[in-house]
Ligand binder design. Structure first.
Ligand SMILES: NC(=O)c1ccc[n+]([C@@H]2O[C@H](COP(=O)([O-])OP(=O)(O)OC[C@H]3O[C@@H](n4cnc5c(N)ncnc54)[C@H](OP(=O)(O)O)[C@@H]3O)[C@@H](O)[C@H]2O)c1
Length: 213
C-alpha cells in the first residue's frame, strides 16, 4: 500500500519506519520535509519525505494522522479536496494542556475523539488505532514473536476495518477490533484501554469488563 504519514514525530516516524520495513511505500510528511532526512535514511528504500500538501496530492491509499489534536481542524480544511474516499488512521489524542479549547470541547462532548476526526474528515473513512500505545512500545515491540502487544482498533466501515487490521498485523502486532467509531470511547485518554500494552486474551477481558454493567 502507499501510506501517507501526517505528522512524522514519535508516533508517525516509528509507524512509518515499521510499514516501510514491511514493504509498504511510505511518504513521511512535515511542514519542514528537509528535517526528515535521517528518518528517511533509517526507514530505507521504501520511504521518502515530502511536504504536507505533497503527501495529500500523492493519492495514497491510507493516511496516518499523528499530529497534535489541535492541528486536525486546519489539516482537514486545508486539504479537503484531497482525501475523498481515503482511509485515515487516527492515532491522535485530545490533551487540553497541549491542544487547548478543541480538546476541552471533545473531552466534554457526548461524542468521542475518533468521531470528531471522522466529522472533520467527512469524505474519508476513519480508523482509530495506535492512540493507546506508548511511543516507546510502538518503537521497540513491533515485529515481536514473543510477548506480542495487541492493538485495539475501531473502524467506520468494513473496508477500513480490513485495511486497519492488515496494517496493524503487517508490523507484527496482534489486532483486536472493538467496533465502529462509537465504541472507541474506551480507547480515549483516561479510559479503560488507554496506555495498556496487553496480549490478546488480556485485552479482550478488559474490553468485556467495560460491557458488564
Ligand atoms: N507520544 C506518545 O506516546 C503517543 C502515543 C499515542 C498517541 N499519541 C498521539 O499521537 C499524536 C502525535 O504524537 P507524537 O508524540 O508523535 O507527537 P510529535 O512527536 O510532536 O509529532 C507530531 C508531529 O506533528 C507535526 N505537526 C504539528 N502540527 C502540525 C500541523 N499543523 N500540520 C501538520 N503537521 C503538524 C509536527 O511535524 P512538523 O513540525 O515537522 O511539521 C510533529 O513532528 C498526538 O495526537 C498524540 O497525542 C502519542
Amino acid at each position: 500500500m502507499k501510506i501517507g504519514i501526517i505528522g512524522s514525530g514519535d508516533i508517525g516516524g516509528n509507524l512509518g519506519k515499521h510499514w516501510a520495513k514491511a514493504g509498504h511505500s511510505v511518504l513521511f510528511s512535515s511542514r519542514h520535509p528537509n528535517n526528515l532526512k535521517s528518518l528517511v535514511i533509517e526507514a530505507g528504500e521504501n520511504a521518502r519525505a515530502v511536504s504536507v500538501s505533497e503527501v495529500f496530492e500523492a493519492n495514497a491509499d491510507v493516511y496516518l494522522l499523528a499530529v497534535p489534536f489541535k492541528a486536525i481542524d486546519e489539516i482537514a480544511e486545508l486539504y479537503a479536496g484531497e482525501y475523498d474516499g481515503k482511509i485515515i488512521i487516527d492515532a491522535t489524542n485530545p490533551y487540553p494542556e497541549r491542544d487547548g479549547v478543541v480538546a476541552q470541547k471533545v473531552r466534554a462532548a457526548n461524542y468521542n475523539a475518533s468521531e470528531y476526526t471522522a466529522m472533520k474528515f467527512g469524505t474519508a473513512k476513519t480508523v482509530k488505532a495506535f492512540n493507546t500505545i506508548y511511543a516507546e512500545h510502538l518503537k521497540k515491540r513491533a515485529f515481536s514473536n514473543t510477548d506480542k502487544i495487541t492493538i485495539p482498533f475501531a473502524a467506520q466501515d468494513q473496508q477500513s476495518r480490513e485495511k486497519g487490521e492488515q496494517l496493524i498485523e503487517d508490523i507484527g502486532f496482534d489486532s483486536l477490533y472493538i467496533g465502529d467509531l462509537s465504541a472507541s470511547h474506551i480507547m480515549d485518554p483516561n479510559q479503560a484501554l488507554y496506555g495498556k500494552s496487553l496480549d490478546k486474551n488480556e485485552l479482550e477481558a478488559l474490553v468485556n469488563a467495560t460491557k458488564v454493567h
